[in-house]
Design a protein around this ligand. Structure first.
Ligand code: 13P
Ligand code: SF4
Length: 321
């Protein structure tokens, strides 16, 4: 069970209630706290908005707050900064990176792109600003199919950096995509064998999965979607039990919204019973409070990269409206 008791900071003297302290800093700074579903439950509970990557970008694009506190990973906070160069964007832990973004180094991608000059580049938002700056359109897991479907059929496409999402989009659209061979360490390590064992244990449970998973795991899924789509699915489904094949943080919202349903986290290949993103989980409520209090660490990026990265993000926002 997740705790809802006040969280006292151990590193402040005297100890303070972090929930209260964050609320008061929000008012003082005119700040908004945006959190991804993969954040720890305490952070989700203090956030003004919780969402998937698309929802978070849309919220970052529309907020009138002066300060955006981004409880997510670096590429997400960076996207908020690209959209809001004049605002202060804070990330509780600057080391909160992403294995998928790291799997696409800019120099290697520039060569790959140069070798295929007739292709348009559709990049998954889970990439660095440098990759976004080399892209024509950004997409997320919730709009990738919709975006590829809007590109003329005879137009060759490079899809980067997630090969698993790319293969899923190929299957959904019937389009051939030239895939960059990146992947997410969290979604790649779900064990198909352990999911089958859980299905034997819970024969009435439906398997729901994120499209960043590998094909053998997706083959077991009754429903595939972004984190927001998975959350909506469990709310509308008549089923009572779900084996959830994505980062286990999403289960906090599922349990809050459907307290009478059972959510079973799918296990990875190691001995753990659920799969947490080591990057996302670097953020803590205490670090979030300290980031607001000290107005550090801030996201900064060179203006030429920012303005080049803005164009494909704006195209995504237009194409997903
Ligand atoms: P969504 O937020 O699009 O569901 O993607 C999940 C993810 O891996 C974010 O890092
Ligand atoms: Fe990156 Fe995967 Fe973590 Fe998402 S879950 S932030 S894609 S490593």
């Amino acid at each position: 069970m997740f705790t809802t008791a006040p969280i006292k900071s151990r590193s402040t003297e005297p100890p303070i209630d972090l929930f209260e302290a964050v609320e008061s800093l929000k008012k003082e700074l005119n700040a908004i706290v945006l959190a991804h579903y993969y954040q720890e439950p305490d952070i989700q509970d203090v956030a003004d908005y919780i969402g998937d990557s698309l929802g978070l970008s849309q919220k970052a694009a529309s907020t009138d707050a002066d300060v955006i506190v981004f409880a997510g990973v670096h590429f997400m906070a960076e996207t908020a900064k690209i959209l809001n160069p004049q605002k202060l964007v804070l990330l509780p832990d600057l080391n909160a990176g992403c294995s998928l973004a790291d799997s696409c180094p800019p120099e290697a991608f520039a060569q790959f792109k140069a070798a295929h000059p007739d292709h348009v580049v559709v990049s998954y938002i889970n990439c660095t600003a440098a990759i976004k700056a080399m892209s024509d359109i950004i997409c997320t897991s919730s709009n990738a199919v919709k975006i590829v479907e809007q590109i003329p059929k005879d137009q060759p496409i490079i899809f980067a950096p997630d090969q698993n999402l790319g293969r899923y989009v190929m299957a959904q659209t019937g389009r051939e995509l030239l895939l960059w061979q990146g992947s997410c360490i969290v979604h790649e390590t779900f064990s198909e064998k352990k999911i089958v064992q859980l299905q034997m244990e819970y024969p009435d449970a439906e398997v729901i999965a994120h499209p960043e998973c590998e094909q053998p795991v997706l083959n077991k899924a009754h429903f595939i979607g972004s984190t927001t789509a998975l959350l909506k699915y469990v709310q509308h489904s008549e089923r009572e039990q779900f084996i959830v094949v994505t980062e286990s943080g999403i289960i906090h919202q599922m349990e809050k919204q459907e307290p009478n349903k059972l959510f079973i986290p799918a296990p990875p290949l190691n001995n753990c019973s659920c799969n947490e993103c080591p990057h996302m989980r670097l953020n803590t409520l205490e670090k979030l409070y300290l980031a607001m209090k000290n107005q550090q660490p801030q996201i900064t990026l060179p203006e030429d990269i920012r303005s080049a990265a803005l164009r494909p993000i704006q195209r995504m926002l237009e194409m997903s409206a």
